[in-house]
Design a binder for this molecule. Structure first.
Ligand code: B12
Length: 214
C-alpha cells in the first residue's frame, strides 16, 4: 500500500495537482508511513519536472505548478517529521537561509524542519537573503552554524560572499559553515572554504551534528 501512496504523491506533483498532493500526503500520515520517504518521492518528482524544464519540454508555469503541488503536501509531512523521536538535549543553534537572488525555498525548508526535529534551534531567514542580513542575524544570535542553500549557478557565489563577510567580521573561527542546494558540489564547497556540504537534507543534519562534535 505504501508504494501506491508514494506513487500517487509523485504523480500529483508531475500532474501539477496541488489538491491531490495534499490528499496523498494525508494518506501517508493515516497509513503511518515514513514521512521522509514521502519527501524523497516528492523530491524525485519535482527534480524530474526540473529536468523536463531544462530540456525545454516544460516552461515556467509547469515548474510553478509542480512547486505548488509539492508545497501543498509539505506542511502535512512537516508536522509528522516534527513529531519524530527528536533529541532531548538542545543540539545547537543554526541560522539558515537561501542566498541573495535565489527564491528556491523547498529544500532549505526541508533541511530546517529536519534540523528542528533533531533538536537544533533554527532561525530560518527565508529566501533571497542578502549577506548583511546573514551577518546581522549572526551578530545578534551567535549561532553555532550558518547554513546556506543555493539552487542557481549564478547565486552559488553568494555563499562565498557570506563566508568572506564572516571572516572580515571576525566570526569565522567561532562558526561552522554548511552549504547545500542543487547548484552546489563538494568541490565548490571546498573551494569557497565551507566546513561542510551534503547533497541531502538528512545527510546535512548528520553533518551538522558531527561538526559540533555531537
Ligand atoms: C521548484 C523549482 C522552482 C520553483 C521554486 C519554488 C519554491 N518556492 O521554492 C520556481 C518555479 C519559483 C523556480 C524558479 C526559477 N528556477 Co527553479 N527549479 C525548481 C526545481 C524544479 C526544483 C527545486 C526543488 O524544490 N527541489 C526539491 C528540493 C527538496 O531539493 P533541493 O532544493 O535540491 O534540496 C535538497 C538538497 O539539495 C538539500 N539542501 C537544500 N538546501 C540545503 C542547504 C544545506 C546547508 C544542506 C546541507 C542541504 C540542502 O536538501 C534538500 C532535500 O534533500 C529545480 C530543479 C532541480 N533539479 O533542482 C529548478 C531549478 C533549480 N530552477 C532553475 C531555474 C533556471 C529557475 C528560474 C531562473 C527560471 C526562470 N526562468 O525564471 C527561476 C529562478 C528564480 C530565482 N531568482 O530564484 C534551474 C537552475 C539552473 C542553474 N543551474 O542555475 C533548475 C536546476 C531547473 C533546470 N534544470 O533548469 N524554480
Amino acid at each position: 500500500m505504501g508504494n501506491e501512496i508514494f506513487d500517487n504523491l509523485e504523480k500529483a506533483v508531475k500532474e501539477f495537482d496541488a489538491e491531490n498532493a495534499a490528499n496523498w500526503a494525508r494518506k501517508v500520515v493515516e497509513a503511518k508511513l515514513d514521512p521522509l520517504k514521502a519527501v524523497e518521492a516528492l523530491t524525485g518528482a519535482i527534480r524530474d519536472v526540473g529536468d523536463a524544464f531544462a530540456a525545454g519540454d516544460y516552461f515556467l508555469p509547469e515548474l510553478l505548478g509542480a512547486a505548488e503541488a509539492m508545497q501543498s503536501a509539505m506542511p502535512i509531512l512537516n508536522e509528522e517529521i516534527k513529531k519524530g523521536p527528536g533529541k532531548i538535549v538542545s543540539a545547537g543553534k543554526v541560522v539558515a537561509g537561501t542566498v541573495a537572488g535565489d527564491i528556491h525555498n523547498i529544500g532549505k525548508s526541508i533541511f530546517c524542519t529536519l534540523l528542528n526535529a533533531d533538536g537544533f534551534e533554527v532561525i530560518d531567514l527565508g529566501v533571497d537573503v542578502p549577506v548583511e542580513r546573514f551577518l546581522g542575524t549572526i551578530k545578534e544570535h551567535e549561532p553555532d552554524i550558518v547554513a546556506m542553500s543555493a539552487l542557481l549557478t549564478i547565486t552559488a557565489a553568494e555563499q562565498q560572499n557570506v563566508i568572506e563577510a564572516l571572516e572580515k567580521g571576525g566570526f569565522r573561527s567561532s562558526i561552522k559553515v554548511l552549504v547545500g542546494g542543487a547548484a552546489i558540489s563538494e568541490q565548490f564547497a571546498d573551494s569557497i572554504g565551507a566546513d561542510g556540504y551534503d547533497p541531502t537534507a538528512v545527510g546535512g543534519v548528520r553533518l551538522a551534528r558531527s561538526l559540533l562534535g555531537l
